[in-house]
Design a binder for this molecule. Structure first.
Ligand SMILES: NC(=O)c1ccc[n+]([C@@H]2O[C@H](COP(=O)([O-])OP(=O)(O)OC[C@H]3O[C@@H](n4cnc5c(N)ncnc54)[C@H](OP(=O)(O)O)[C@@H]3O)[C@@H](O)[C@H]2O)c1
Length: 299
């Protein structure tokens, strides 16, 4: 079975590639947009890098042709001048949908985010909602998996957590009192594999979150304690963080903005967790944290 993966060099992409190439019979067309990105892909006979500018729908169509499924991962939370929400989240989804219509894979799998909504007042959540709407309206059978913050190798979530946990004094947004349901990156890859194999018609939307609800400050304390540290946790008032982020992101044309801060501190609650329906056994948070620590030690 051939699977096409966009954003194959992303943290989700690299993890998914390792799951796909460990599984029986998959070969992967790993779609990236630069030589530099292609270099980060695993060198394996099962992985064929495809360096493609996403605006070139013809090349994208050729990269997807023959694949039974296209997994669309390209996207950003933190904008830059070259990667706005429109370019990275919406335009790439539009290009993938068009390429899928032309090349006819059996399924599109889109990784989205908890809270994605085309009518959201938050620009990031709105762009992810727009991407979902494009996929939903594509006419191609599709699976959308909405996720919370992801924890695993190369994820921004794990990097931020380790940064906070290894300081003596740390100031967290709003004292880190917001609640999260972090998801293990391997669990997301297993969910994507389940979605690839499903034969369901139409569009299925799943919300998949981790097994534990935890405040960010407790998460920082927990992982710090695992390495024998007890950081002193202070508060960065959200309004001050947002005011600073507004000035800096406007001056730089990207970076952490008030939009990003609102996403970070949003409660990651869901009505029904999709683990049972997707047949995923969720990794306990303590195991996820041990994995992060061992990857941090390796680096
Ligand atoms: N990480 C999380 O906690 C989290 C949570 C919820 C949802 N998600 C979603 O899961 C997906 C993967 O996330 P990730 O954290 O693994 O991503 P990541 O490591 O930050 O990588 C981002 C990917 O998007 C590509 N990209 C960025 N701007 C682009 C543009 N303008 N055109 C085409 N490609 C572009 C990047 O390519 P280059 O390397 O060439 O820039 C890279 O392949 C994203 O759609 C993200 O929104 C992630």
């Amino acid at each position: 079975m051939t699977i096409a993966v966009t954003g194959a060099n992303s943290s989700v992409g690299l993890n998914l590639l390792s799951h796909l190439t460990n599984s029986e019979d998959s070969v992967v067309n790993a779609i990236v947009r630069s030589d530099h990105a292609a270099e980060s892909l695993p060198s394996s006979p099962a992985v064929t890098p495809k360096i493609i500018p996403y605006e070139n729908v013809e090349q994208l169509t050729r990269a997807i042709e023959g694949a039974s499924c296209v997994v669309h991962l390209a996207g950003v939370l933190i904008e830059s001048k070259m990667s706005t929400y429109k370019k990275a989240n919406v335009d790439t989804a539009a290009a993938v949908v068009e390429a899928a219509r032309r090349s006819g894979p059996e399924r599109i799998v889109l990784v989205s985010v908890i809270g994605a909504d085309p009518d959201s007042p938050n620009r990031y959540l709105r762009s992810k909602g727009d991407a979902e709407r494009l996929v939903t309206g594509s006419g191609v059978p599709s699976t959308i998996i909405r996720t919370p913050i992801l924890l695993g190798r190369n994820t921004a979530g794990a990097a931020g957590l380790m940064r906070a946990a290894t300081q003596e004094k740390v100031r967290l947004l709003g004292g880190g009192r917001y609640k999260m349901r972090p998801l293990d990156l391997d669990d997301l890859s297993r969910a994507i594999l389940a979605a690839i194999k499903t034969r369901r018609e139409g569009v299925s939307i799943y919300e998949l979150v981790g097994p534990e609800i935890i405040r960010y400050r407790e998460l920082v304390t927990r992982i710090a304690n695992m390495v024998g540290r007890t950081p002193s946790i202070g508060t960065m008032p959200v309004w001050i963080a947002k005011a600073g982020a507004a000035i800096r992101s406007r001056a730089k044309g990207g970076g952490v903005s008030p939009t990003v801060i609102d996403v970070i501190i949003a409660n990651e609650t869901v009505e029904i967790n999709a683990d049972v329906e997707l047949g995923i056994e969720l990794t306990p948070l303590s195991i996820t944290l041990e994995k992060i620590l061992s990857e941090f030690d390796e680096a």
